[in-house]
Write a protein of this length. Structure first.
Length: 120
């Protein structure tokens, strides 16, 4: 099943996990969007710097530390994703509660591992 995914905290640097996730998502055929600090392109995916309300986002995968996530709480809630993935280093119990109140599932996992093990 295709799960359109927003990579939040996307990087143009190929050594960053967010960049690897974009590449792996594209390779696995998932529709992919990205928001980061700098505009650019990875595997044909445009990295946006503005908070666009992408239509029909199934999953938001986070690559932002908990302090930086606070500015995106409302944005993510308005996207109404089915789930939010907290990659290693992004764990945030405060945000888990916010998501639960809005009936948005979350999981503490690694997007790269989920994709590699066909559990995405």
């Amino acid at each position: 099943m295709k799960k359109s995914t927003l990579v939040l905290g996307a990087s143009l640097n190929p050594a960053r996990y967010s960049n690897m996730a974009i590449r792996k998502l594209v390779q696995s055929g998932q529709p992919t969007y990205a928001i980061g600090l700098r505009k650019g392109e990875v595997e044909g995916v445009s990295i946006e710097t503005n908070l666009r309300l992408f239509a029909d986002v199934h999953t938001v995968t986070l690559y932002l530390n908990p302090k930086r996530q606070e500015a995106f709480y409302n944005y993510i809630i308005h996207l109404k994703p089915k789930r939010v993935i907290f990659n290693p280093g992004t764990e945030n119990p405060e945000f888990y509660e916010v998501l639960a109140k809005h009936h948005i599932q979350y999981e503490v996992a690694c997007t790269l591992v989920l994709l590699s093990t066909n559990q995405y």
